[in-house]
Write a protein that binds this ligand. Structure first.
Ligand SMILES: Nc1ncnc2c1ncn2[C@@H]1O[C@H](COP(=O)(O)OP(=O)(O)O)[C@@H](O)[C@H]1O
Ligand SMILES: O=P(O)(O)OC[C@H](O)CO
Length: 497
């Protein structure tokens, strides 16, 4: 009987399930979008029930479309939007509130106050030293604090051990196993701001600092590990769950970035660039994050990460709010019509600026508009903003003494040839796009396959990576510097810090 791997990719805007062959070929997909809730400026929430329902429907659709039996699935891998925080009641499985999404900025003021407190106490570097993260509303810790402080009775219930916290991976695992397992993996744990990435343990000092009871936290496992079995009612058969990874780490794994210096950049809703740093956890002095890249057999590999909040989401804004086009697939042809002599710049700071600026109060702007500027120029500026933001990350890595070698790209926006060519031109390095751009799902399938004994080494997985197109830089250094200086000027005009 032919064996397959099922990857669950629970993303910010949609839930997906993809069936892969043992050779990493995509057989079938199930995908469902779900509602985004914006109750106030800067607040972003998801209904956990929507996440669960769309995930399970996507799995069933994928199994049906692949025309296979659940018995043929050797293992399930779970990958997910990271940091997004859910707290639920262990007795009923009911969430106490909607999930607070990674993009949500409601705890920005709390984070600023805590930063000041730490600075005054001479402990400014404490959080970065332990977690590799910068004190920001992006990560789970301050979101947990908000839930415990704002949901009546939550703090007391948490202290009594009645509540469970999880990022989306844990929440899905809990439901897939009918409440048998409350676990996460080291990559997701490394995004909570409560996990010491050096000792690989929940950190007591940080739990005290945030006032979070340890009882609500999940057990932390390797990425390829025994995550139990799906409860039989779901698929008519209990399928083993063998892999778990945050989505950006999964993308790096699916891109086979296993050696130090290997770098990937994923262009989905946001953009996340990860450079493998091997078994060494590098500390950035230029506002990048240190994160767990993967942990296998108890051995941790690290990465430097730059997180940008708006990439594909900028294209959605142009489509849905400005109605400049009806499908993002049109943007490549539109941008190709832009007059290269016009210098429109779009800074997509809709929810503040991420790495390396970390300015939660900055807001978006379009500069350089003239009477000749039209839809093509604005679309081109939006696509180029993604390349400029990646250039910011490249500069920060270089300032940290790192020189990422070729860049492997993936995610929905990597399909856009205009954006990818701009990226190669601005970075001045080769940009490689693989045959499978759903590398996030593929990475989760790979770790699940390691656990199932389908793969025996990382070399075996590397050999499955296949190049589809390589974008080579076509512009010189002068052009790059000139363009980048104009970008910096535009960014500086939106910054508040
Ligand atoms: N051809 C394209 N050109 C530009 N942007 C695109 C294109 N295709 C998809 N996108 C953008 O990519 C994003 C979807 O990518 P995906 O990897 O599915 O995201 P996520 O996992 O964050 O939901 C959307 O924001 C969409 O606007
Ligand atoms: O859902 P995505 O693909 O936009 O990824 C979200 C990231 O994991 C947030 O850190």
């Amino acid at each position: 009987m032919t064996q397959y791997l099922l990857s669950i990719d629970q993303g910010t805007t949609s839930s997906r399930a993809i069936i892969f062959t043992e050779n990493g070929e995509r057989v079938a997909i199930g995908q469902h979008d779900y509602a985004q809730h914006y109750p106030r400026d800067g607040w972003v929430e998801h209904e956990p029930e929507d996440i669960w329902r769309t995930t399970i429907t996507s799995c069933r659709d994928a199994i049906k479309a692949a025309d296979i039996k659940p018995q043929q699935i050797a293992s399930i891998g779970i990958t997910n939007q990271r940091e997004t925080t859910v707290i639920w009641d262990r007795r009923t499985g009911q969430p106490v509130h909607r999930a607070i999404v990674w993009q949500d900025r409601r705890t920005a003021a709390y984070c600023s106050a805590l930063r000041e407190k730490l600075e005054k106490a001479g402990q400014a570097g404490l959080i970065q030293q332990k977690t590799g993260l910068l004190l920001d509303a992006y990560f789970s810790a301050s979101k947990i604090v908000w839930l415990l402080d704002n949901i009546p009775g939550a703090r007391q219930a948490a202290e009594q051990g009645d509540l469970a916290f999880g990022t989306i991976d844990s929440y899905l695992l809990w439901h897939l196993t009918a409440g048998k397992l409350h676990a996460t993996d080291a990559t997701n744990a490394s995004r909570t701001m409560l996990f010491n990435i050096h000792t690989q343990q929940w950190d007591q000092e940080l739990l005290e600092l945030f006032g979070i009871p340890e009882k609500i936290l999940p057990q932390v496992k390797d990425c390829a590990d025994n995550y139990g079995f799906t409860t039989p009612e779901l698929f008519g058969h209990s399928i083993p769950i063998g892999g778990m990874m945050g989505d950006q780490q999964a993308a790096a794994f699916g891109q086979a970035c296993f050696e130090p210096g290997m770098t990937k950049s994923t262009y989905g809703t946001g953009c996340f660039l990860l450079m493998n740093s091997g078994k060494q956890a590098l500390t950035s002095r230029h506002n990048l994050l240190t994160t767990v890249a993967f942990r296998l057999n108890g051995e941790t590999h690290y990465a430097l990460e730059g997180s940008i909040f708006m990439a594909g989401a900028t294209m959605q804004w142009l489509r849905d709010k400005l109605r400049l086009f009806s499908s993002t697939a049109e943007t490549e042809a539109l941008a190709a019509q832009a007059d290269p002599g016009l210098s429109v710049m779009l800074v997509p700071a809709f929810t503040g600026l991420g790495a390396p600026w970390w300015d939660p109060d900055a807001r978006g702007a379009i500069f350089g508009l003239t009477r000749d500027a039209g839809i093509p120029e604005i679309v081109a500026a939006a696509l180029m903003s993604v390349a400029y933001q990646t250039k910011d990350l490249q500069k920060a890595m270089e300032a940290d003494g790192q020189r990422p070698n070729t860049l492997r790209v993936d995610g929905g926006m990597a399909a856009n040839g205009f954006a990818m060519q701009q990226l190669a031109d601005l970075l001045g390095c080769q940009v490689d796009r693989p045959e499978v751009t759903e590398t996030t799902a593929l990475g989760a399938a790979f770790v699940a396959g390691l656990q199932a004994g389908i793969y025996h080494s990382l070399q075996q997985i590397s050999a499955l990576w296949k190049l589809e197109h390589s974008f080579a830089p076509e512009k010189d250094k002068n052009w790059r510097d000139q363009q980048y200086n104009r970008w910096l000027d535009a960014v500086n005009r939106t910054r508040t810090n």
